[in-house]
Ligand binder design. Structure first.
Ligand SMILES: [Zn+2]
Length: 133
């Protein structure tokens, strides 16, 4: 089981306000946010630890903007909140599935002793070199 190391405050920032008078674009996320705040990520991990033999926390940076196919990280690969379309290789997937694949890859890298994975970095550097050439 692999988790992103996320800040609860950042994850639930859009739910601020009262339940009786929520802000805009909050309703869909409110239930999830209540669950996060009520249980906490620590509580969630504790519950899942009973089911999973091993829990890993990975660097969450750019998991939602990185192509699970080629590793290129680019905000432009997110044409909408729900969809991912890599601007380099054309890999298309639901944004959450694409991000989950990146989290899994980083977790496997940790398991295999590669340290905290930043797998997108070399690809991005290579891409920068190609673009600069
Ligand atoms: Zn790609």
């Amino acid at each position: 089981m692999v988790f992103e190391a996320l800040w609860t405050r950042a994850m639930t920032a859009s739910a601020r306000g009262t339940a009786a008078a929520p802000g805009r674009n909050v309703r869909q996320k409110a239930g999830l946010n209540r669950a996060i705040l009520a249980t906490g990520w620590g509580g969630l991990r504790t519950m899942l630890a009973d089911k999973a033999p091993r829990l890993l926390a990975v660097d969450p940076a750019h998991t939602s903007q990185t192509s699970a196919a080629c590793g290129h990280a680019d905000a432009a690969s997110r044409p909408s909140r729900a969809s991912f379309e890599c601007v380099v290789c054309g890999h298309a997937d639901h944004a959450d599935l694409n991000a989950a694949r990146n989290v899994r890859r980083r977790g496997l890298a940790l398991l295999h002793g590669e340290g905290q994975s930043h797998s997108a970095t070399p690809v991005t550097r290579e891409t920068d070199r190609r673009l600069a050439a």
